[in-house]
Write a protein that binds this ligand. Structure first.
Ligand code: FAD
Length: 356
C-alpha cells in the first residue's frame, strides 16, 4: 500500500470537525483537520447580530468540556459560541490548518486523495464535516429577476439597522424566519410569509427538550418501536425570548406564500400585492458536499446515503454534523458528540483491520 500522509483527514473545523478531532485523538489516531475559514468558530462567526442559542450553555457543549455560561444571558449569543470553539480547539491542541479549502476528494488506489487550494493530502479515511451554512437554498419563484429591490438569504442578514423604515418581506416559517421576522418587527414595515401557519413550540420547550425527543426517537426506531414523529411532531419554531416577545405583542402576523415577485414587491395568486424594498429568503440550507462530487455518491435530496456516519458507497468516508441523517441531532452542539465518538471508534476498528 502506498504511504498515506496521515491516517485521517477531517474536512471542516467547525463544531462537528472539532468533536471528531476530540475523539480521533482519544483513539490515538494520526489526523489533520482542514478548514476553509480564516478563524475558528465555523458558521457561528457569520450569523446575524442578535442570534442567541436555543439552549442554555450547559446544554450546548461539545464532548469533554462544558460551555461556560455567558454572564447575564441564559441563552448565549453566537459570539460566545465562537469563543468557546476557539478555546476548545486550543485546549485539545487540535491540528486545524486554515485557511485550506478542500476542492475534491478522490479515490487513489487504497487511499483517498484530498485536493485543496494549498496542496494535496493522501489519507486512509476522510471525515467530511463542512456543515450547511455555505449552501443557502433559495426556491425558484416566478419574477425573481424582475424584482427591483434587494434580495438576500439568511446568511447575508445581519441587523434591522440595515432595513430601518423599509418595507421588508421575510419568507420562511422555520427558526431563522421567525427570529429574523422578530428582529425586524419593530423598525420596519414587515410582511412575514410562510408556506403554512407558523407552528410555535410550547414556550417551555427549548433545545434541551428537542435533544431528548430526538434521542428518544432514535432509540425507538433502533428498537423497532413505532415512530412517534420526533421533534417535527412538536412544532417548527422554538419560542426563544425575542420571538416570544414579538409574538405576544402581536407583531408576528403571517401571510401565506405569494405566487410571484413583481418589480416593486410580491403578489399572491388572487392578485393582491405587497410592496417591498427587500425580500429576505429564510428558506434553509443544503449540505455543503461539492468537494465529495468526484466520489459519485450522491443520493436522494442531495444527501449521501449513510449507515451511521459511514458512506454506504465508500467505507473510507464518514459524514458528520449535517442533520439527522448523519446522527440524531448531529447538527447541534450537544448532539454531534455521540456520532463523532461512534465515527472515531468505527474508523479505529477499520484501520486496525486494514493493518492486519
Ligand atoms: P459549520 O459551523 O458550518 O462548520 C463547517 C466548517 O467547514 C466551516 O468552518 C467551513 O469554513 C468549513 N468548510 C466548508 N466547506 C469546506 C471545504 N470545502 N474545505 C474546507 N473547509 C470547509 N445548534 C445548536 O446546537 N444550538 C442552536 O441554538 C443553534 N442555532 C442555530 C441557528 C441557525 C440560524 C443555524 C443556521 C443553525 C443553528 N444551529 C444550532 C445548528 C448548528 O449547531 C450550526 O449550524 C453549526 O454551525 C453546525 O456546525 P458544523 O460544524 O456542522 O458546520
Amino acid at each position: 500500500m502506498s504511504v498515506p500522509d496521515t491516517q485521517v483527514v477531517v474536512v471542516g473545523g467547525g463544531q462537528a470537525g472539532l468533536a471528531a478531532g476530540y475523539y480521533l485523538r482519544r483513539q490515538g489516531l494520526d489526523f489533520v483537520m482542514l478548514d476553509a475559514g480564516s478563524a475558528p468558530g465555523g458558521a457561528w462567526q457569520h450569523t446575524w447580530d442578535s442570534l442567541h442559542l436555543f439552549s442554555p450553555a450547559a446544554y450546548s457543549s461539545l464532548p469533554g468540556r462544558l460551555m461556560p455560561p455567558q454572564e447575564g444571558e441564559e441563552y448565549p449569543d453566537a459570539g460566545h459560541v465562537v469563543s468557546y470553539l476557539r478555546d476548545y480547539e486550543k485546549r485539545y491542541e487540535l491540528p486545524v490548518q486554515r485557511p485550506v479549502r478542500v476542492t475534491g476528494v478522490h479515490r487513489d488506489g487504497e487511499l483517498l486523495r484530498v485536493e485543496t487550494d494549498s496542496g494535496t493530502w493522501r489519507a486512509q479515511v476522510v471525515i467530511s464535516a463542512t456543515g450547511t451554512w455555505w449552501r443557502p437554498f433559495l426556491p425558484a419563484v416566478p419574477g425573481q429577476a424582475a424584482f427591483g429591490g434587494r434580495q438576500l438569504h439568511t446568511v447575508e442578514y445581519r441587523s434591522p439597522r440595515d432595513f430601518a423604515g423599509q418595507r421588508v418581506t421575510v419568507v420562511g416559517g422555520g427558526n431563522s424566519g421567525a427570529q429574523i421576522a422578530a428582529d425586524l418587527a419593530y423598525d420596519t414595515d414587515l410582511t412575514w410569509v410562510t408556506q403554512r401557519p407558523p407552528r410555535f413550540l410550547a414556550d417551555d420547550v427549548d433545545g434541551r427538550v428537542l435533544f431528548d425527543v430526538a434521542t428518544a426517537r432514535r432509540r425507538a426506531l433502533d428498537e423497532g418501536r413505532t415512530d412517534a414523529g420526533g421533534v417535527a411532531s412538536l412544532g417548527d419554531i422554538v419560542a426563544v425570548p425575542p420571538v416570544r416577545e414579538a409574538r405576544d405583542r402581536g407583531l408576528l402576523k403571517t401571510s401565506p406564500m405569494f405566487s410571484r415577485l413583481h418589480t416593486g414587491g410580491v403578489e399572491w395568486a388572487d392578485g393582491t400585492r405587497a410592496e417591498a424594498d427587500a425580500v429576505i429568503w429564510c428558506t434553509g440550507f443544503r449540505p455543503a458536499l461539492s468537494h465529495l462530487a468526484p466520489l459519485g455518491l450522491r443520493g436522494p435530496r442531495g444527501h449521501i446515503p449513510t449507515a451511521g456516519t459511514r458512506a454506504v458507497g465508500e467505507p473510507r468516508l464518514h459524514l458528520l454534523g449535517y442533520g439527522d441523517w448523519t446522527g440524531p441531532a448531529s447538527a447541534t452542539l450537544i448532539g454531534v458528540g455521540r456520532p463523532a465518538r461512534d465515527a472515531a471508534r468505527e474508523i479505529s476498528a477499520f484501520l486496525a483491520a486494514e493493518a492486519t
